[in-house]
Design a protein. Sequence first.
Length: 133
Amino acid sequence: YTEKSILLKELLKKLEDQLQDSYVVRIDIAIDFENKIPNKVIKELCKTRNPFVWKNTTYYKTEKEKKTNQKMDIKKYNKSLKDDLDYPLERLEFVFKGGYFNKLQLKDLENSFSRMEKSIKKFAGIKVEIESI
């Protein structure tokens, strides 16, 4: 974690009780890989999605999505380049949007972890376990 991440986590913990009835509009799940993302993951993504490169980021979109999607975006980028790290790191990011959750409140967020884990497994072939902050 960076210093900003730690501060944000502390702030959210302090506000947690006040935010329970708020609606979730977006959750980013990042998976970091030392060096490069394995080819088998990229191949799995490309089974149902087409890569689309914009600047230093590759987006994986279906034919229907074109450039926008109200439910989920999948992207990969060089994290070491983005954050000027002195070691090689690539990030695969799943951005779950409001349309994916259908009016999910923060107090019920953990109930959707299993569904997000299954989506990541389905699209990238990666078994993950999402943990609460």
